[in-house]
Every structure is written in structure tokens, then in C-alpha cells.
Design a protein around this ligand. Structure first.
Ligand code: NCD
Length: 328
């Protein structure tokens, strides 16, 4: 097994690729940093990580390296997948998941917290409620910062895992019809994903209540990239042609007013009847957590890709860490 392990470790960095090392020491703040060849490299390395985990579980690629998981907002998947990814690559993790119990509760600034943590570790994964917080952290940091969600801003590593999900499940991304449905205003995952899909010329159907439309800054980026998109109130007219239906949670925590949240909370519910109108070969994705947007009766439908999507997140985060720490 040790020979298999070292052979895999040697094959992962894809050192023959012109991309090798391009992300070493770099912050990952926005999906806008990635071009098509970067994305192809991430997908290749992530696929290699999938094979590796399947074969041997973990390797020593990042042995001796430390990651800090700094989460100012709740998280299940993002924090634990970065944790698992680092450990499966042989590294270790310092976690601050409850900033309430850290010096943040005493009024410490983000800059001071970042400067402290980077004194101990090699890379910092940051989730924060304020748009631009990851960029602010990066402006004072010597070590790479990975944006794990900055308020209603972006969630670039989620978009990378979403792309990996589409390519692993459907074999390609070009030529597909993708529908993004739900809270497009506050949902940071769709802000990153829409920009990423625009790079592939994927036509987007944006389905949301009027009050939760895709922000103008994202729409302007899509237009500047030459992407075609259309906005809809109802899923009905676009569902039948969708190869990917990406559903998001209405982001309750971003609303000032409970009544405004309640007015749109259950705008779309994907259940068995809705799925009956979708293509036979398509996938349903969701970044999770889900609330009421997809009923549990859909879980057993082979087109429900969201639990597989969660697993793909591990491989993509392994790839990102290997790249940022200079090993892929
Ligand atoms: C999302 C997030 O935090 O933006 N979750 C995740 O990271 N997978 C989506 C959400 O909270 O609705």
C-alpha cells in the first residue's frame, strides 16, 4: 500500500502541466481569478484526488502543513470538508468555529485575528458575514486566504465544486442548459457559479421572486462576458429544458425584516411532481443546507445529485489546498 500511496502522491501534482505551481501562495478570493485553463487544472487535480481517496484514503502530500479554519458564520460542509481535505492530504487543522469563544468577542479586529492565526499556520480559510471580508483579510495577510463565503458576496470554492459535480455527473459543461433557482440576491454560491458558467458560454435561466433577483453587479459581469441569461418568476417554463437545476435556500439571515423573508420563503418547492416534468437525464444540485426547497421524497431520485455534490466538495478542496500550498 505504501508504494501505491507514493505513486499516487507523485501523480497528483500533474507536474507536467503548465498550470503546476500557478496557484502556489495565492489567495482564493473570487471566482473571477480563474480562467478556463485554471479551471481545467482544478478539475484534473480534483479528479485525481477522488481516485486517491477511493484507493488509499489519505496521502502525505501536505504532511507538516497546518490550516486554520476561521468561521464567523455557521457551517457544516465547508468547514468540515476543508478539515477532512487537509487531513486526507496528511496536514492538520486549527479550528475556530465559534468566534464567540475567541478574542473576536473581546472586540479584536479581523486584521489582528488574521495576523495572529497566520503566525501559526500555512493557510487560512475564512468565512465572514461581511462582503469583501476575505479581500480585507488578504490585504493584511502574508499567508494565503481562502474565501469560504463573504456575506452575500462570493463562495468561490463552492463554485469549483459545483463545476466538478457537473463535469463528473454529466461529462461536460458546454452546451448544457443551467437553471439557477431560489434566492439569487443573497445566495453567494450562485454569484460565483453564474460567473464561472459564463466562462463556458452556458446559457443561464435565473428563476427567483422579483425581490430576490440576481444582483446588478453579477448581471453586469455576465453581460460583459457575453453570457446569455434570462430572468423568470416561475420554474415551469424552463424546467423541461434544464440539464442542471441548481436550487438555493432563501438566506433568512440576510433579511432585515421577517415578513419580507416569509413572503418568499417557500417560493419554490421541488417535489416528486416537479421532478416528473424534468428531463430523464438531468441533475438537481443544492449547496445545502436545504430548508423546504427540495422535499426528501426527491432524495431517492437518481437525478438528485446533491449528496454526491457534497462528496465532490472534499476532492475539490483537496485540490485547492494542494495547489495553494504548492503541491499541484
Ligand atoms: C452555502 C453558504 O454558506 O453560502 N452553504 C455552503 O457553503 N455549502 C449555502 C447556504 O448557506 O444556503
Amino acid at each position: 500500500m505504501d508504494t501505491a500511496r507514493s505513486a499516487l502522491a507523485a501523480s497528483i501534482p500533474a507536474l507536467d502541466s503548465p498550470m503546476a505551481g500557478a496557484f502556489r501562495g495565492r489567495h482564493i478570493l473570487s471566482i473571477k481569478q480563474f480562467d478556463r485553463s485554471d479551471l481545467a487544472h482544478v478539475m484534473r487535480v480534483a479528479h485525481q484526488m477522488r481516485v486517491t481517496v477511493d484507493l488509499v484514503g489519505s496521502i502525505d502530500l501536505l504532511k507538516g502543513r497546518l490550516l486554520a479554519n476561521l468561521f464567523y458564520e455557521p457551517s457544516t460542509r465547508t468547514s468540515s470538508s476543508f478539515n477532512a481535505a487537509m487531513k486526507r492530504l496528511g496536514g492538520d487543522v486549527v479550528s475556530i468555529n465559534e468566534v464567540r469563544y475567541s478574542s473576536v468577542a473581546k472586540g479584536e479586529t479581523l486584521a489582528d485575528t488574521i495576523r495572529t492565526l497566520e503566525s501559526y499556520v500555512d493557510v487560512v480559510v475564512l468565512r465572514h458575514p461581511v462582503v469583501g471580508a476575505a479581500a480585507e483579510a488578504a490585504s493584511v495577510a502574508r499567508k494565503p486566504i481562502i474565501n469560504a463565503g463573504d456575506g452575500a458576496g462570493e463562495h468561490p470554492t463552492q463554485a469549483l465544486l459545483d463545476l466538478f459535480t457537473i463535469t463528473e455527473e454529466l461529462g461536460r459543461v458546454e452546451g448544457l442548459n443551467v437553471t439557477l433557482c431560489g434566492d439569487l440576491k443573497y445566495g453567494r454560491t450562485v454569484h460565483s457559479l453564474a460567473r464561472l458558467l459564463a466562462l463556458f458560454g452556458v446559457p443561464l435561466k435565473l428563476v427567483s421572486p422579483e425581490s430576490l433577483r440576481m444582483p446588478s453587479a453579477v448581471r453586469a459581469d455576465l453581460t460583459a462576458m457575453g453570457a446569455t441569461f434570462s430572468e423568470h418568476d416561475s420554474l415551469e417554463p424552463v424546467l423541461g429544458a434544464s440539464d442542471v437545476l441548481y436550487v438555493t435556500r432563501v438566506q433568512k439571515e440576510r433579511f432585515d425584516d421577517v415578513a419580507a423573508y416569509e413572503a418568499v420563503a417557500n417560493a419554490y418547492v421541488i417535489n416528486r411532481d416537479v421532478m416528473a416534468k424534468a428531463k430523464d437525464k438531468m441533475i438537481v444540485m443544492h449547496p445545502f443546507p436545504r430548508v423546504n426547497e427540495i422535499t426528501t421524497e426527491v432524495d431517492s431520485d437518481p437525478r438528485a445529485a446533491y449528496f454526491r455534490q457534497i462528496e465532490y466538495g472534499l476532492y475539490v478542496r483537496m485540490a485547492i489546498l494542494a495547489m495553494v500550498l504548492g503541491r499541484a
